[in-house]
Design a protein around this ligand. Sequence first.
Ligand code: ADP
Ligand code: MG
Length: 256
Amino acid sequence: MSFFSVRGLSKRFGGLDALDDVSFEVEKGSIFSVIGPNGSGKSTAFNCINGIYKPTAGTIHFEGEQISGLKPHRIARRGLARTFQNIELFANESTVDNLMLGRHQHMRTGLWSGMGMLGRTTRAAREEAENRAHVEQVMETLDLTAVRDRPVQELPYGTQKRVELGRALAMEPKLLLVDEPSAGMNSEERDDIGERLRSLRDDLGLTILLIEHHMQLAIDLADRVLALNFGKVIAFGAPDEVRSHPEVIKAYLGDG
Ligand code: ADP
Ligand code: MG
């Protein structure tokens, strides 16, 4: 049984095959990178995996169970959390509140206690304290404690991306999906986010599915790399093999 697998995944928009018969497997505790030029189907793959899009064909399995066809919140509850290519945070809310909201969205009792709907039973209060403690720990891991009370819209772009990563981590995911973490970043911010993703794998044993247009970052971090172009797999394998694959070089040549 593989930890996570995609079989024959296709997604058609009108006459366009955004994804065409894509298959891959992700090993537990690894970083798996999906690369490809703009428009190659990377984000579409993510949207199929976390249930935002219904695949036209194909199946997705996580920990031995089929997750394709489930609603996004059900897939999230199985332990898949994601970040978005464009930051999707509550801009007026603080760092800590964004992380708490991320956590509440996926914890049943957390939701009730957070909303104060059931009154403060001992159990709910204890869970709330656990939620807080976990969120504090995530902020510490990502060096966000200094900005815990700042509205995220006031934070530099690179820090906002880190808050988004923190929100996904606050859900205690088993599989973290990261969509273009370095988009819009300068090289210093890119190195920083790369180091953080690497240590999430190496220190916490997290499994990461990384979508990244920036080839160097994707290749440096990955245990395995899949390259897409026009929705089709053009190369798969060890990072160095994929980097030097003629189809990959060709696909990236014409890409601005
Ligand atoms: P990438 O993330 O690799 O840049 P996308 O997955 O966003 O690529 O897009 C792949 C292709 O699918 C593009 O041609 C894009 O225009 C198209 N596409 C993506 N989402 C939709 C949608 N909701 N409706 C129609 N076309 C879409
Ligand atoms: Mg994309």
